[in-house]
Design a protein around this ligand. Structure first.
Ligand SMILES: O=C(O)CCC(=O)C(=O)O
Ligand SMILES: [Fe+2]
Length: 289
């Protein structure tokens, strides 16, 4: 099976060309070391740890979060697709409306607002694009920037809204390219992220695992890979139309005794490229989680 796209199959620094190359699928990943200081990362961990709650819906190993993921409202497994209700979008946008001050509140308690710094940085990097939080043409806003902890692995999957959300009309289905940023806010034992040089295409559906949001391992047979092993404070970006997976984290000794899995805490959001004319006269990079 075809579709090997990487021209730079490794991790590049954040430059304008590197960023656009990653978004268009030619560069495997981008890394900005120490985007957040260790001191601030610790404050995020301390503040967010007691607030983490499980995803309300996930067809796969559990994931914890503070904030909201559109994914929680997506059809994920074959069963989800069949039992799909008509109110998922309404439920999603109603819950988004309750989260408007999340980043400001967290910034007040931690002394840093990396969410805002990332948005500003991206807008300065690609000034001919409009960089903004996603919204529907009728004005309903998405939630962007979720604090998330994936400790128990993910299946091999991709995040490609034009397929993942085709159950309804969402503006995120109209992106021509999709990426993610993850800002790593805690030290990680094992728990690496593996990126595969294989993008979502319809023929990949033959490898779809009907019980989860993932794909069988045969889907990536013989593919080139890049492994991300981020340090605390690193900001990484990659194209989520590429298949990828997160491995389980290891256990460590808790200061109070006993073994625990330290939450693999990230601040994460998708970035999607919308052509000029969909939401704005300029090409637009929309963010959502
Ligand atoms: O946490 C990570 O390293 C990547 C998780 C993931 O699947 C994603 O951001 O799309
Ligand atoms: Fe993903």
């Amino acid at each position: 099976m075809g579709s090997h796209r990487w021209r730079l199959p490794d991790v590049q620094p954040l430059t304008r060309d590197g960023f656009l190359g990653m978004l268009h699928g030619h560069t495997a990943a981008i890394r900005v070391p120490e985007f957040v200081s260790r001191h601030h990362a610790q404050r995020f961990e301390k503040y967010l740890h007691p607030l983490l709650r499980p995803y309300s819906h996930i067809a796969g190993p559990s994931v914890d979060k503070v904030g909201l993921a559109q994914f929680e409202f997506q059809a994920q497994s074959a069963e989800d697709f069949q039992a799909r209700g008509s109110d998922a979008q309404d439920r999603y946008f109603t819950q988004v409306a309750q989260l408007t001050d999340l980043h400001a509140r967290i910034a007040k308690n931690t002394g840093d607002n990396p969410w805002e710094r990332i948005l500003t940085m991206l807008q300065e990097l690609v000034p001919e694009h409009e960089v903004r939080v996603a919204h529907e043409p009728d004005g309903r806003r998405y939630h962007a920037g979720i604090y998330r902890s994936i400790n128990n692995s993910t299946p091999i999957h991709c995040d490609w809204s034009p397929y993942d959300s085709l159950t309804e009309d969402w503006v995120i289905n109209r992106v021509t390219h999709q990426a993610v940023f993850n800002l790593y806010l805690a030290p990680i034992i094992d728990g690496e992220t593996i990126l595969y040089d294989r993008i979502w295409e319809e023929e990949l559906l033959q490898y779809r695992d009907p019980n989860t949001y993932g794909y069988f391992r045969e889907a990536v047979d013989g593919c080139a890979t890049v492994t991300l092993r981020p340090s605390v404070g690193d900001l990484c970006l990659f194209n989520t139309r590429n298949l990828h997976e997160v491995k389980s984290t290891g256990s460590e000794i808790h200061p109070d005794g006993g073994l625990w899995q330290r939450p693999r805490l990230t601040l994460s959001a998708f970035l999607g490229l919308l052509p000029a004319g969909v939401l704005s006269a300029r090409p637009t990079i929309i963010l959502w989680s």
